[in-house]
Design a protein around this ligand. Sequence first.
Ligand code: P6P
Length: 349
Amino acid sequence: MKIAKTLGQFILEKQADFPYAKGELSRLLRDIGIAAKIVNREVNKAGLADILGEAGTTNIQGEGQKKLDVYANEQFISALKHGGECCIVASEENDEFIPIESEVSKDAKYIVAMDPLDGSSNIDVNVAVGTIFSIYHRTSTHGKATMDDVLQRGTEQVAAGYVIYDSSTMLVYTTGKGVNGFTLDPSIGEFCLSHPDMKIPKDGLIYSINEGYYSHFPDGVKKYIKYCQVEDAKTSRPYTSRYIGSMVADVHRNLIKGGIFIYPVTASAPSGKLRLVYECNPMAFIIEQAGGKATNGYERILELEVNELHQRSAIFIGSENMVHKAEEMMSFFSPQLLKRSFEGVVELQ
Ligand code: P6P
């Protein structure tokens, strides 16, 4: 029986693709893999351990933190702190970024931005949740790393990935040379290469959006939803609607099967809900590397200017041809006109 390649073996093998690599990125990815295995253990027994439910605290998003949110955040921060390859951690769960100033880390060259447990509202009902991470080189050349090191465009990412904790636990990541997926083999406690060189189909038959907000959507999004629902054998419509409510799970399904995930701006979230730095940018990097597309309805996600750590963005991400079609519908409204319509200045027909 062929022994599958472990994440560690694969990382080292690919390190050769980067002639000047001295192993720091390899070790950083290893540290993330270790934290993912620890979090996986708790996610898998959430119903048994006293780790379900609310932590009784709220994060900067004003969201009630689940015990597992806090636990996952602590595990990833600890692994990154002790790994010595990262000088700043920026997390959805922390208002400010966390400088890592230990002797071994203060001169480390990498920054990690993460959503330690995305979709955590699904934990208590046993639905897939995920971790999303994004890795940058620090831009500052001396002294303490600063917020400028964190607020970099998505195009500057060195690596990005996600972990999906579901029927099986997978780690999917890119370093800019394609996308590879690893499935955790609990019998050996290793992530093993199971999905080499992942590519998202150019077309798909699945659209993923929370239609409960339909009345709040921009007209272009309403047009696209109606387009997906029209009977048309030539284009295999109507498409299928699938919405898990966990971005990692919805995007992962579309990466494998083809499809589009949309979280647009709405009247109640005029800048969108999802966060640019540690949700949209890493997922956009991965999907682009797999041959897909990711925009905010008008502009490429990876080129959006990053001004704040917890900045939000609309996102249309998935199969290239589906995102193109959605953008066609969105092109009816300029972002400016759309914004003024939410401010009640302009009545959109
Ligand atoms: P809604 C989970 O809270 C999350 O951040 C994403 O994982 C998910 O896609 C989205 O929010 C779900 O938001 O408003 O549809 O419940």
